[in-house]
Write a protein that binds this ligand. Sequence first.
Ligand code: AMP
Length: 277
Amino acid sequence: MDLILARNRTDLIKARGGGTLALVPTMGALHEGHRSLIRLARDRADQVVVSVFVNPLQFGPGEDYSRYPRTFDADLAACREEGVDVVFAPAAGDMYLPDRQVSVCAGEMGRIVEGASRPGHFDGMLTVVLKLFNLVRPDVAVFGQKDAQQLSMIRRMVADLDVPVEVVGAPTVREPDGLALSSRNRYLSAGERRVALALSRALRAGAGEPTPARVRAAASKVLAEAPPELELDYLVLVDPATFTEVSDPYEGEAVLAVAAKVGATRLIDNMVVRLGR
Ligand code: AMP
């Protein structure tokens, strides 16, 4: 069956089939990373819905909401190629009532690490994700490990608010040279792109080390040697479930996460590190 484009909630209700449903929420400007999520969703359910919505609530003042890449025709073509059943692409006015009051509060975890740099971001993100869950009513929802804190916060919301959905995390898709795919990579000049490679290099350097102190030291060294166009925001090694910093001695998985500005573009990346034995 050809792809159905649902522009509003009425279209969406009509498009919903009878079997199991997997949702892949996106902000569009789709790339191979998004496609990998769609393929995972395909394997997990009878029907796949991809939402394409640049959510104004999760952008702060001075962030890139108005210039965020919007490539809707190419996104539709990509979804068609990947065998997506429904693309849900509402207008902002369709998602949010003009007199809306109630939203999701991400709690303390929403104010640390990425949340410290982007106040309100996780509240806005969780609010739209919960709305998408309520509108689409998926059995499964697929999110990328690329946005590791986002994935943890969604798992937290689902547990804390008893949301009846299974959350599936998908590995980060990278360019052959290590750069994590991101819709924002298209902002980078060729020179900035080379500078941005320091992020994944730092993560790889840290990921080979056995203790928190050595992971941080190895990753920091790479970032310290990066060209001055790279402006580091944070480098942290955190518990994957809480995003609080881990310290020596530590055994198990941790997330080494980095954020930096390269020119005018803010990039984030992370790797899961296995520590101890
Ligand atoms: P976005 O459109 O940037 O909001 O991302 C939509 C979904 O795609 C999120 O769950 C992201 O974590 C995921 N995603 C973004 N980049 C990648 C990537 N390089 N590899 C895997 N998933 C990704």
